[in-house]
Ligand binder design. Structure first.
Ligand SMILES: [Zn+2]
Length: 652
């Protein structure tokens, strides 16, 4: 917490022990310190006039946290993480009830809800320029005054430009359409939304968008500067591209503000796919953005899933970038949750094993010491996925590792490599029973190391034993110390979430009192844990009835609840539309059939599983994961700043 002159930290966000902690802990410590230090200027010395512009505090502190950490530890590629975090946010910022970064605050109870990823991450993304004053308009005026010296920026009205981003909710998708005969290209913008029934008013929104384009590997063909003419449906005037691009694929390049998605015509997607697989596109950020855009466009039926799935084959022969894997696996996690109960799930698992095989071999399955932190991050993610898809090697390995530990005379001698511990705990809890649970519970109780405690409590909810899940929820109200209690609610769907919902409904007042007494961010985490992975109409109705019944107490969490409803609605609709077609694609791929044809949506012969809890796919990420669903348990970013980053479920 960034008190002026006295920054306070939780132990887990400050203490780092080379032997016991994981590289991610070290990174989180650095990030938190940089963030709070940045607040000494942004927030403490210079304060926004009113809570409406909270994003100025948090956006700047967040942006500076990347700058600061990058300065002390350049090897971590913090600006890759910056882009990666942006892509995570683009998912939830596409929900129906997302809000602008600059939001009116009329009641004190609304303040805590504003400490969200929109203020932090979207704010940081909109700030890549120079800081001047705390009133929003002053800031852009000052920027405008500073820009005339740059001829390229002469005609730019910065206030209009930035207001279109800070005062409107959501963000656009730019569709690039080429005419391959006349070499003419058009750029059209519209709201990108995951809502099945978006607000009419939001559909009318337009942004000032800096769009430039280039051939793959080439230089930008037009300056990436927004002009006064922007802000119309055509994001920039149509133009003719040079013949040098003629046979190549086109790529937009947006160095200034790239807070939007890009869609292309089909032929260009095919060309991009070839460029990706043949190594012509080298930048990990570009690769990741293409994969992420393709999956998210497919998710809302703006692109056929065959294109997105086709792009994933680019890693089959190995891929060293942790960012590319992060984004790819992140998108695959969404499919994993939702295909879980379909017959296609086995083919999905087979396909994932094919994708992972080469790179896993390259990093020796994590059995040798990683050469640096980046490789440790990558191994953690790859081995976790190997376990997800139930590779026998992984389960055997995890059991051996765990057994080795339990045999030690002193349990404080943990022989498991620290960066793989969360994964091992998760696997043995998931596939084990009471013995594993009790052992870890004892270590949790007796250890004096907060990192050890955190890692264990984050993983305990992944047990599949119903009695143990309920026991854990009960203990969250009694013997689990308050700073760890909320982690007990990171349960897994469908069994864990169903039990958590039951428990919450039956003990509402007790749970409410316990978690709202701590701080304003605990109870929303309880709600997300219980209702964050809804995939049936029945569960959605349950959530709505619950919200109605406790309307008054839940008022301060209205945004969290709305987000849960939006996410659930989207997920249910998605399963109905896409599950069968995608399963077929995986089946065709693993059985060697062509996967070039387009995937059909909502085949009439297959009844919708939505609404039937016994057949509806659902699953959850291991407890304690971030919203990406691809981070092993216990690595949730701990943030001393009040923020709910990392506890809200991914946008569907
Ligand atoms: Zn902050």
């Amino acid at each position: 917490m960034e008190n002026w002159g006295l920054i306070t930290f939780r132990e887990t966000t400050l203490l780092f022990d080379e032997a016991e902690s994981v590289p991610r802990d070290k990174q989180n410590v650095a990030i938190d310190i940089a963030h709070e230090l940045a607040h000494q200027w942004f927030g403490n010395l210079v304060t926004m006039r009113w809570w409406t512009d909270l994003w100025l505090n948090e956006g700047f502190a967040t942006y500076i946290e990347y700058v600061g950490v990058d300065h002390v530890e350049p090897e971590w590629n913090m600006f890759e993480s910056f882009s990666r975090d942006k892509m995570d946010l683009l998912r939830s910022d596409a929900l129906k009830n997302t809000s602008p970064v600059s939001r009116k605050v009329e009641d004190a109870s609304e303040i805590s809800q504003k400490f969200d990823e929109i203020s932090y991450t979207k704010g940081a993304n909109l700030i890549r320029m120079k800081y001047s004053n705390a009133e929003e308009n002053d800031l852009w005026y000052a920027m405008a005054k500073a820009t005339p010296s740059d001829p390229a920026l002469k005609d730019l009205n910065v206030v209009n430009f930035m207001n279109s981003w800070t005062r409107q909710a959501g963000y656009p998708v730019v569709s690039v359409t080429r005419d391959y005969e006349t070499r003419r290209v058009e750029f059209e913008q519209r709201l990108f939304t995951a809502a099945t029934d978006p607000y009419e008013k939001m559909l009318q929104q337009l942004w000032h968008i800096p769009v430039s384009y280039c051939a793959v590997g080439g230089r930008p063909q037009s300056p990436a500067v927004p002009s006064l003419g922007a802000g119309s449906r055509p994001a920039r005037p149509p133009s003719h591209y040079p013949s040098t691009i003629h046979r190549l694929c086109m790529l937009t390049s947006t160095p200034l503000v790239s807070y939007y998605r890009v869609n292309y015509d089909k032929k260009n997607w095919e060309l991009l796919s070839v460029a990706l697989k043949t190594g012509q596109i080298k930048s990990p950020i570009t690769k990741s953005q293409l994969i992420d855009d393709a999956f998210n466009l497919a998710k809302v039926s703006q692109l056929n899933y065959s294109y997105a799935l086709g792009l994933t084959t680019c890693v089959i022969n190995g891929e060293d970038s942790k960012m590319v894997w992060d984004l790819l696996l992140n998108n695959m996690a969404f499919l994993k949750h939702n295909l879980r109960a379909t017959s296609g799930y086995v083919y999905f698992q087979d396909y994932m094993r094919i994708l992972l095989a080469k790179q896993l071999e390259k990093v020796n399955y994590g059995l040798s010491k990683p050469k640096d932190d980046n490789e440790a991050f990558l191994i953690e993610n790859l081995v976790m996925w190997e376990c997800y898809v139930e590779s026998p090697r992984c389960l055997k390995w995890a059991r051996e590792q765990f057994e080795n530990w339990t045999k030690q005379e002193d349990v404080n001698n943990n022989p498991i490599p620290s960066y793989l511990r969360g994964l091992v705990y998760n696997m043995v809890l998931r596939h084990g029973g009471r013995a594993e649970f009790d052992f870890l519970w004892r270590v949790f109780q007796t250890s004096s190391d907060p990192n050890v405690k955190t890692l264990i409590i984050n993983n305990l909810p992944s047990t599949r034993e119903e009695s143990l899940i309920t026991l854990l929820l009960e203990r969250s109200l009694s013997e689990i110390p308050k700073q760890y209690a909320v982690a007990a609610w990171s349960v897994e769907a469908p069994v864990g979430t169903r039990l958590a919902q039951d428990f919450l409904l039956q003990n509402f007042h007790q749970v409410y009192d316990k978690f709202t007494q701590m701080d304003a961010f605990m109870f929303p985490a309880v709600l997300s844990g219980s209702f964050g992975f809804i995939s049936t109409e029945e569960e959605l109705t349950r959530l709505k009835n619950f919200a109605l019944k406790h309307k008054e107490q839940l008022m301060p969490m209205s945004q969290t609840l709305q987000k849960l409803v939006d996410t659930a609605t989207f997920r249910i609709d998605w399963v109905r539309k896409h599950a069968a077609g995608i399963s077929k694609w995986f089946q065709d791929y693993v059985s060697g059939k062509s996967t070039l044809s387009q995937i059909s949506t909502v085949p009439p012969t297959i009844p919708s599983p939505a609404g039937n809890s016994s057949t509806t796919p659902s699953d959850a990420t291991p407890s304690g994961t971030t919203s990406s669903g691809t981070t092993p348990s216990g690595t949730t970013r701990a943030d001393p700043t009040p923020s709910n980053r990392g506890i809200t479920p991914a946008a569907a």
